[in-house]
Design a protein around this ligand. Sequence first.
Ligand SMILES: Cc1cc2nc3c(=O)[nH]c(=O)nc-3n(C[C@H](O)[C@H](O)[C@H](O)COP(=O)(O)O)c2cc1C
Length: 367
Amino acid sequence: MIKLIERRKLSHINICLEENVQARNVSTGFEDVFLVHRALPEISIKEVDTSTEFFDHRFSAPILIESMTGGVREAAKINATLAEAAEIIGLPLGIGSQRAAIENSSLAYTYKIARDKAPNTFLIANLGGAQLTRGYGLTEAQKAVDMIDADALALHLNPLQEAVQPEGERNYGKALPRIKKITEALSVPIIIKETGAGIAAEEAKMIEDVGVKGIDVSGTGGTSWAAVECYRAKELKDRLREKLGESFWDWGIPTAVSVVETHLSTKLKVIASGGVRTGIDAAKAIALGADVAGLALPLLKPALEGTEKVIETLQTLIEELKIAMFLTGSKTIDDLKNSSVVIIGKTAEWLRARGFDIESYARRRRI
Ligand SMILES: Cc1cc2nc3c(=O)[nH]c(=O)nc-3n(C[C@H](O)[C@H](O)[C@H](O)COP(=O)(O)O)c2cc1C
């Protein structure tokens, strides 16, 4: 079983590096979201401050390096590089699911290295919701947090991946009461995150009601775990799972939709991830109500190339965010949150059909 987890981790990394694992016929919805350009921004770009506060920590920009890996030797290098970059730039970092190290403590070093390389960074521990239904609880959650001296714990929900993957856990019953128990006693705040299929308003409310403090929507439009599992099933010559991966490749709630749904229906801190590829996407997500925008896949290859590459990728993103702030006359992230946004097309149709008042976004600046 342990070797199986390690092999699977490695296979996930390799597939993500070599194949097209992103959504194919659906997108994040950010192409339907427009920040209203200001021909007279009335500020200097030098006044633009991208720094922000999140869970009582100050970051240089509202950008999260999303949970990716751990549990295999190759993952230690990825986590080390991401951590070095996070520490230098001053950004938060999530690590991958720690289940492998909970079940085999000799693998803990592949995660701990993140704390070694990033002593001052806001680090997010990670465990899977599917494991909760198998009996994981407060003990395992606290172990994961202590392993890396984490500042928060992300519990990831991945029913889509579990349903289509060859050895998936298809029982997602009674996860919520277990999440509640953990939130009541864990030493750090809990963030519930999806893994590429988004979170709807109803689930966001259920999550808020059990005492969770943050939500990472990880919506559709970026990495698709049905796609990753489709490639794995192909390798394993599992025809059924390959077909399931194909069929569900684009399943889920687009990221822009999920940000609006969770923001307008709860008071939770919202992280926008799933297909965030530019600083403009990040700016749009923040204007829609997210506190932070996160990305995973675009940092995987740079992480294997070295710290400089990760820094370069992130700094480009931050520069794009800065220019988008300048062009909307936003000196601060709070200003950006209050800037006008127009939502059109399918994204607008979806949100209206679900009863959300999207016109209020467009009416933020009075004429
Ligand atoms: C190689 C890889 C491994 C991942 N492993 C995890 C994981 O262990 N735990 C988790 O919560 N999310 C994991 N994710 C999901 C990401 O955190 C993120 O939610 C998702 O990929 C969407 O962002 P993206 O489109 O920018 O990749 C992983 C993503 C990638 C690309």
